[in-house]
Design a binder for this molecule. Structure first.
Ligand code: SF4
Length: 77
């Protein structure tokens, strides 16, 4: 994965609040007060943990995209 910043989004309508992602990538994701996951900021540093978090989400609520091009980096199958 490129070292360029990535844009992280969470579809809160899909999130079931399992907390898996926040435990896997605490530098980029957190559980918000509403019990749903949320990115810590609009962009993040790419990491294996962040990729893993996006790929392990049971409802595919997380998208990690290249911050400039919008290319979907995770999840990819
Ligand atoms: S892993 Fe998916 S469902 Fe679980 S808290 Fe994170 S975004 Fe929500």
């Amino acid at each position: 994965m490129s070292a360029d910043p990535v844009a992280v989004t969470v579809d809160q309508a899909r999130c079931i609040g399992s907390g898996l992602c926040a435990r896997t990538a605490p530098d980029a994701l957190t559980l918000a007060a509403n019990g749903r996951a949320a990115p810590l900021g609009p962009t993040a540093t790419p990491s294996d943990a962040l990729t893993e978090a996006a790929e392990m989400c049971p409802v595919e609520a997380i998208a990690v995209r290249h911050a400039t091009t919008g290319e979907l980096l995770a999840p990819v199958w």
